[in-house]
Structures are given as structure tokens and as C-alpha cells.
Ligand binder design. Structure first.
Ligand SMILES: C[S@@+](CC[C@H](N)C(=O)[O-])C[C@H]1O[C@@H](n2cnc3c(N)ncnc32)[C@H](O)[C@@H]1O
Length: 195
């Protein structure tokens, strides 16, 4: 990670940890494609024979992410972009990869610059998180960032926290990283490692 005057953001921490766990030929899921920044980061680990599966409910997010990947010369044959809810994770990921995914990434909330009502919601997020655990390989990583600074995000963060706390320690390691001395509720990064 490059030397900076401030501590890393939640996203930078997530990328930093994922980079220590991923190498080449990875099979990865970005469950909230948005502007494609996480996707571009993940794409460096998929070549030559891996694959990146991307989900977002918004057409603009899918188009932006596709353009970003193509302009960075990521072959379209190594990516699949789905304009649908991440509740469809299990249906959309090929069955031969169930239990073989290296990492699933969620950057929850709404797309900066777009309408804030198009945000992730607790009920669908929890369905997708459950599916992610089934899709991961042993040793696979689930990374989730929540944004409790707005009302819907606060409720979602509360549900994600309860869900994370309920995971059996015999099957999953769970850690949370969060700034502690800020007035506004800061983003929370959750990392889950499947045993
Ligand atoms: C904070 S943005 C993601 C940022 C993105 N990862 C990036 O690197 O730019 C959250 C995204 O989640 C999407 N989203 C909301 N509900 C969703 C759902 N049920 N399934 C998939 N994506 C959803 C929104 O459209 C938005 O683009």
C-alpha cells in the first residue's frame, strides 16, 4: 500500500487485505459493481483463466463498470456483468463454481452521484450474504463495507452486524474495522474468512 499521510479508508483496507490473499486465475464476485472501482481492483487477479462476476441493479452502473474494465484492457471473456439484484447470486454463478469462489466483495449503500433511494437494503443484502458464504471456497474471503451514516444504511449496518455476530466461529473467522473517534457514523469494513 502506498505511504499516505492519513490512515487507509475502509475500501483501501479491503483491497490491501484482498491483495494479500489473491494471486492469479481467481474466481471473484463483485456484488455491488457501482462505478467499477472495486471491479477494476479485482480484475488484476483474474487473468489468464479466472473470472469476475459483477452485479448491480442499475444499468448505469453496469455500463460504467463495463467501460472501465474494457478501457483497462480486461478481456470481456473474463467477466460477466449482470444487471440484477445480488439476491440472484446463486442462480447466476455457474454451479461448478459453487464452493469454489475465491472472494466476494460488497460495497453497500448507494452510487455516488445517483439517486439515494437506489441503495442496498437489509433484506436483500442478508440473502446475498448468505449465498456468498455457500459460494466461497474453503479459505475464501467475504469483504463487506457498510455505511451507517444515513438512515437506511444505519438499519442495514445493524442487520449486517447481527448477522456477522451469528456466524459460527468453527466455520468462519469474522473481523470488523472502523474509525472510533469520528462524530458522524463511519463506514465499517467486515472481513470474513471461511474455514
Ligand atoms: C456504494 S455503490 C458500490 C461502489 C462500487 N463497488 C465501486 O467500486 O464503485 C453501491 C451499489 O450497489 C447497487 N445496489 C443496490 N442494491 C443492489 C442490489 N440489490 N443488488 C446489486 N446491487 C445493488 C447500487 O446500484 C450501487 O451501484
Amino acid at each position: 500500500m502506498p505511504r499516505k499521510s492519513r490512515l487507509p479508508t475502509a475500501t483501501e483496507w479491503a483491497h490491501h487485505y484482498l491483495a494479500t490473499q489473491l494471486s492469479t486465475n481467481a474466481h471473484l464476485i463483485d456484488a455491488t459493481a457501482g462505478n467499477g472501482h472495486d471491479a477494476l481492483f479485482l480484475s488484476q487477479f483474474i487473468l489468464p483463466d479466472g473470472h469476475l462476476y459483477l452485479f448491480d441493479i442499475q444499468e448505469v452502473a453496469i455500463q460504467t463498470t463495463r467501460s472501465l474494465l474494457l478501457s483497462n484492457e480486461i478481456p470481456a471473456s473474463n467477466t460477466s456483468l449482470f444487471q440484477c439484484s445480488h439476491t440472484e447470486l446463486k442462480e447466476r454463478i455457474p454451479s461448478n463454481l459453487h464452493g469454489a469462489i475465491d472472494a466476494v466483495v460488497f460495497n453497500l449503500g448507494y452510487l455516488p452521484g445517483q439517486h439515494k433511494t437506489l441503495t442496498t437494503l437489509s433484506d436483500s443484502t442478508l440473502v446475498a450474504l448468505e449465498s456468498s458464504l455457500e459460494l466461497l471456497k474453503p479459505g475464501g474471503i467475504l469483504s463487506v463495507i457498510t455505511y451507517p451514516g444515513h438512515a437506511t444504511g444505519a438499519e442495514e449496518a445493524r442487520c449486517v452486524t447481527n448477522w456477522m455476530k451469528s456466524l459460527p466461529s468453527s466455520a468462519f473467522e469474522v473481523q470488523r474495522l472502523q474509525a472510533l473517534n469520528r462524530l458522524a457514523p463511519p463506514p465499517e469494513l467486515w472481513i470474513v474468512k471461511k474455514s
